[in-house]
Design a protein around this ligand. Structure first.
Ligand code: KG4
Ligand code: ZN
Length: 375
């Protein structure tokens, strides 16, 4: 009998439900995006996000079951993202998942959002360990080493803004609509990277650390100074320069991780994985290093529930279930997503992982709009 998991994802501004079979087949994947409601604020407003999840979640679950052609009675477990993310948003999914699992008397499975992003690659190709995963989205920038299935060793990530967030902020400087990532990416294809920008890799200290706020400040100043001189630098050249600096830094940390861990596979995930230059650079890196490169199709890169079902299946097979006290964890370390006994795997990166502070998943400032945060 196939295992069918109903998965829910409400960590940020997408209300999503999916039905996944054996962790490998997507029977249905429904996503209701709230982006139109948040766009005018230039970021996600947590209060609005939570309320919209409440309004949409049952219809989204119902639609996922309908499209999968599976009744609720045909579901073997209910999985849900319990963190990290916006706490009010997470609570909606957690509470609905608990209700459904309780009513059907099936296991409840708690999934880490980033574990889901990484396991979205399962739908493309079987994961092969050890692997290195790069998770890049509007809320996250993490480089992760996985020595085996269900073992997450965070190597590092951003010390300030997430990559997608940096795209959105720089895009705003250039007058692009939110979310600016895809627009900036397109613009960059038409420009020449002629501005010399600071590298997002701190010169000293941790090899896996990234920092994007300096880059953004540098660009803001560059544009302000040009304006004071009565000049307008071509937006396409600014975009191309920014993209080149970002992609080069991500390629370098990925290269470093492949070298250090001897991984067999490089996987990319998160909304920024849609970026053309980034995909191309990592594909080339993987080819040079002789490792397999995997990236999900765009609809499985951005937030969705199928990815939550993909990792939930691993937890199901290992009998890792949540109890009825499950809550939402706004700031949940990725290492906590590891299977029991695989939390601190031995390997070349153990020491490095122990000393690297995990980047904060707390809501961060998005400029002039008080009360607006990115999840
Ligand atoms: O994973 P995602 O849908 O939501 C979060 O969990 O944040 O990622 C959305 C982010 C946004 O910041 C958006 O600007 C960025 O991904 N993004 C891109 C591209 N497409 C989306 N950034 C750069 N290049 C792109 N092509
Ligand atoms: Zn995400």
């Amino acid at each position: 009998m196939p295992r069918r998991i109903l998965a829910l994802e409400t960590s940020c501004d997408e209300t999503a439900a999916a039905v996944v079979e054996n962790g490998e087949r997507v029977l249905a994947n429904v996503v209701a995006s709230q982006i139109d409601r948040h766009r005018v604020f230039g970021g996600v407003v947590p209060e609005i996000a939570a309320r919209m999840h409440v309004e949409a979640v049952i219809a989204v679950v119902d639609e996922a079951l309908r499209r999968a052609g599976v009744p609720l009675s045909g579901i073997d477990a209910v999985a849900v993202t319990h963190g990290p993310g916006l706490v009010g948003s997470l609570l909606v999914g957690v509470q609905v998942a608990k209700g459904l699992a309780f009513a059907r008397d099936v296991p409840l499975i708690a999934v880490h959002h980033l574990a889901g992003h990484i396991y979205a690659n399962r739908f493309v190709r079987p994961l092969r360990f050890p692997l290195v995963a790069l998770v890049v989205s509007g809320g996250h920038t993490e480089i992760v080493y996985m020595p085996e299935d269900g073992a997450f060793v965070p190597l590092g990530g951003t010390l300030d803004d997430a990559v997608g967030e940096a795209y959105d902020k720089v895009g705003r400087l250039l007058g692009l609509p939110y979310p600016a990532g895809p627009h900036l990416d397109r613009l960059a294809q038409e420009g020449t990277p002629r501005f010399l920008l600071p590298s997002p890799r701190p010169r000293e200290g941790d090899r896996y650390a990234l920092s994007f706020s300096g880059l953004k400040t540098h660009l803001r100043r560059l544009l302000e100074e040009a304006e004071a001189r009565g000049e307008t630098p071509p937006a396409a050249d600014v975009a191309a320069s920014f993209q080149q600096a970002v992609v080069a830094a991500l390629r370098e940390v990925a290269a470093e991780a492949l070298r250090e861990t001897g991984a067999r596979q490089l996987t990319l995930a998160g909304g920024v994985a849609a970026n053309r230059d980034l995909r191309g650079a990592l594909r080339a890196l993987a080819e040079d290093a002789g490792v397999e490169f995997v990236v999900p199709p765009p609809e499985l890169c951005t937030d969705n529930a199928a990815m939550i079902g993909a990792y939930a299946d691993v937890l199901y097979v290992h009998g890792v279930f949540a109890d009825w006290s499950l809550g939402a964890a706004a700031d949940l370390p990725l290492a906590a997503a590891s299977l029991p006994g695989r939390e601190a795997p031995p390997g070349p990166t153990r020491k490095a992982a122990a000393v690297i502070p995990r980047f904060s998943t707390e809501p961060v400032d998005v400029g002039d709009n008080p009360g607006i945060t990115r999840g």
